[in-house]
Ligand binder design. Sequence first.
Ligand SMILES: *Cc1c(COP(=O)(O)O)cnc(C)c1O
Length: 236
Amino acid sequence: MASIAENISTVRTQITNAARAAGRPETAVRLLAVSKTQTVASVQEAYDAGQREFGENYVQEALEKIAALNLPEIIWHFIGPIQSNKTAEIATHFDWVQGVDRIKIANRLSAQRPAERGPLQVCVQVNLSLEDSKSGVALEDAASLCEHIASLPGLCLRGLMAIPAPSTDPEQQRATFRPLARLFQELQGRYPQMDTLSIGMSADFEAAIAEGSTLVRIGTALFGARHPGPKPLGAK
Ligand SMILES: *Cc1c(COP(=O)(O)O)cnc(C)c1O
């Protein structure tokens, strides 16, 4: 079985190749290592291989890792669903939050961000699959949520993210991402600080890069299968 360092190297090469094939600069796409359910030792191994950005979905689990891995340049993204009773912990301990899809959550994160940490970097989550069960704002409502977030002092609006329904057909994957990429370009004209289109996971990152992704969120292709879990919320 390949080591985490080998997997990172392989995925980085695939990212570079996909960017080149799309006629984009090789440095246009950042890699976010999704470390949910993975151990502190695995995150450390990825860090030692040069990885700096990590994504976590579960607040309690993440806080333990953030405390244990107080390393130079490490950047933590919260990428899970956001419950309003967790916003204070998220605003205090994370650098980025990617799943913002409601004004109420945005207001709480802004108000609870400690001033000394500077603004929290935010991506608005858009629902591309039109499923009631998935979180995310509808595409046609994303611009007004962005406008609200851009006005909040504790937040910095950096981009859009989405988790579409899985598809194994690369053409279908690209077609799903396309309207989001178009909206992203349009919003970039309004908000110069907006530089992040967070689309693409292990199964569809090449299609996402072809459509303009600037940040791919990869878990299993780096760390292997996820450990069983998560722990129920509130569990010790
Ligand atoms: C788990 C997760 C990922 C990574 O998924 P893989 O298929 O393991 O690469 C990416 N984004 C979000 C929001 C996730 O929850």
